[in-house]
Design a protein around this ligand. Structure first.
Ligand code: NAP
Length: 512
């Protein structure tokens, strides 16, 4: 059953004219079906409006007249609803939706006048939770038994693992099924439905036009998640975090997968408990993950094997499932991304390509001792640099310096720290990050001592620290360069292919 799923745009406009105009837009933008939500119309004249809406529809139409008691807007009695839905059938609606609670009554009302050309969707909505697999299966059986052409079940995700139960039921369903899990934690149900045999998924024309919580936009579904290319064996990757809504990963990795024809989708995965997420989505098809806050330590703990530096850093930002044995292998591409960005720039500015690392024996000052600070400190140490750590909380600077065999220094002393020429400074604190763009972690005067200044912050791309360094003629490396390189590293681990660097850079630029 798994394959293409229809993409349906719900129309929740208040007027028939607006709905007609949105239908036309939905067609142009690539939708397959529109859902006419009669309950959203401010004034509804059944015969006149249904005739207008259905005669002028540019796409197949699903007609829904949802009552308040099932999450809709309609407050009147069922008689008027049944009449309108029957009229919709007479006017040739392609689908009509009726709630399971009154499906038998509706069929009795139709009493043999059911139109073959109109498919009957019998639906059930749960706005609180997602029942067990057994309960979902028996719900499917009840909906089938009432005479549905298409089963529709919409539940709510309290946790992303809830969606797996819907997938399980959907993949085994003998009749066409729409199985969606509402809410931000249920988003993957709306994107992966072709993989698990879902008949249809909903997508809005724009943010704010949702008819149920968690619906993505049509352009996200078609352009970012490439839903029309998702099949049963499409591999799933994603960024695991909390929150993840702001991540650039889906656009960046989605575009990169597509550009090399790699059959995979990359999703935002809002995860509360990393171990239970991995346990639930354990099939080889869930092939790899980028990991962000607050799960980088949990990702390390869940790895079967870990890259040695990632282990030292204590954080894994990339996890892949080894195809040969399914073992989870943890990496940290943050440190490789940052260090390679600095090395490449140093090599470029010196014009010399040395056999060893250009960081070897250099004084490398790391500002900050958090996650990024650790990554930079271990990375620089591995390249043979002499590492110095400065941090607001001096104790943490001392701890990290001890771990990497470096030297701690107070922020005050850093102002006049100038043991030699050619030093490198790496800011890994969030000082200067949006919205505090006028802040900087070190005075402009002090920057004169450095040959290169790096800032892990990528919002803004050029921080005050970098701007002032540049004004002094000091070479700079941005956090965006680190970000692109860590993403390229992930792409290579995910696919085993060289990263499409130009495309990834252009994609990131287009997002700014
Ligand atoms: P983190 O673990 O929370 O560490 C934050 C560090 O900043 C700590 O050392 C903290 O000092 C220091 N700090 C925070 N506010 C400060 C202030 N007002 N004054 C002085 N020091 C302050 O954070 P993280 O994950 O390492 O991230 C740090 C930065 O790196 C963020 O801006 C993040 O966006 C960026 N980053 C960029 C990339 C990339 O790809 N470009 C990747 C990862 C992170 P204390 O120890 O005293 O609290």
């Amino acid at each position: 059953m798994a394959g293409v799923s229809l993409v349906c745009v719900p129309l929740v406009a208040k007027s028939v004219e607006q709905m007609l105009s949105e239908m036309a837009t939905a067609k142009v933008r690539g939708a397959d079906v529109v859902e006419i939500r009669l309950d959203h119309l401010a004034s509804f004249e059944p015969r006149r409006d249904l005739d207008l809406l259905l005669r002028n529809r540019p796409l197949p139409a699903l007609v829904t007249y949802r009552p308040k008691w099932e999450g809709g807007e309609y407050e009147g009695d069922d008689g008027r609803r049944f009449e309108a839905l029957f009229l919709a059938m007479e006017f040739g609606a392609d689908y009509v939706d009726i709630e399971l609670k009154v499906a038998q009554e509706f069929l009795d009302y139709l009493s043999g006048k059911r139109q073959d050309r109109t498919k009957l969707i019998v639906s059930s909505h749960n706005y609180q939770s997602t029942p067990s697999t057994e309960d979902l299966s028996s719900l499917v059986a009840r909906i089938q038994a009432v005479g549905a052409d298409i089963v529709k079940i919409a539940t709510t995700a309290v946790d992303i693992v809830d969606v797996a139960r819907m997938f399980e039921v959907m993949v085994h369903c003998q009749v066409p099924m729409i199985g969606l899990v509402m809410g931000e934690r249920g988003l993957i149900s709306r994107i992966l439905c072709p993989k698990f045999g879902g008949y249809l998924t909903f997508a809005t024309l724009s943010v704010g036009k949702e008819s149920a919580p968690g619906q993505p936009t049509l352009s996200d579904l078609l352009d970012i998640y490439n839903i029309k290319q998702i099949r049963a064996d499409t591999k799933v990757y994603g960024i695991v975090g909390k929150p993840v809504g702001h991540s650039k990963g889906p656009i960046l990795h989605g575009a990169a997968f597509r550009s090399v024809g790699y059959d995979a989708v990359y999703l935002p995965l809002l995860v509360d408990d990393f171990a239970s997420f991995l346990h639930t989505y354990s099939s080889p098809d869930f092939a790899g993950f980028s990991v962000t806050m607050p799960h980088k330590e949990a990702a390390l703990a869940c790895s079967d094997e870990v890259d040695p530096i990632a282990k030292y850093i204590g954080a894994v930002n990339t996890l892949i499932k080894r195809p040969s044995d399914g073992k989870l292998i943890g990496y940290n591409t943050d440190y490789t991304g940052a260090i390679s960005a600095i090395e490449t720039t140093l090599q470029g500015s010196s014009g010399k390509v040395s056999a060893g690392s250009p960081l070897a024996d250099k004084v490398f000052v790391v500002l900050g001792a958090g996650g990024a600070g650790k990554a930079l400190a271990y990375g620089a140490k591995e390249k043979g640099a002499r590492v110095v750590i400065a941090n607001r909380t001096y104790e943490r600077a001392k701890e990290l310096a001890n771990l990497v065999g470096g030297q701690p220094i107070s922020l005050a002393d850093l102002e006049n720290f100038h043991p030699e020429e050619g030093m490198i400074l790496a800011n890994t604190t969030s000082i200067g990050m949006h919205p505090n763009i006028h802040d900087t972690p070190l005075s402009k005067q002090a920057l004169k001592s450095y040959a290169l200044v790096f800032d892990a912050i990528y919002n803004p791309v050029v921080t005050r620290l970098l701007r002032e360094a540049e004004e002094l003629g000091v070479t700079i490396v941005t956090g965006m360069e680190m970000f692109i390189r860590q993403a390229m590293g992930q792409f290579e681990l995910f696919t085993g292919l060289p990263a499409p660097e130009k495309l990834m850079r252009d994609t990131l630029l287009s997002m700014q």
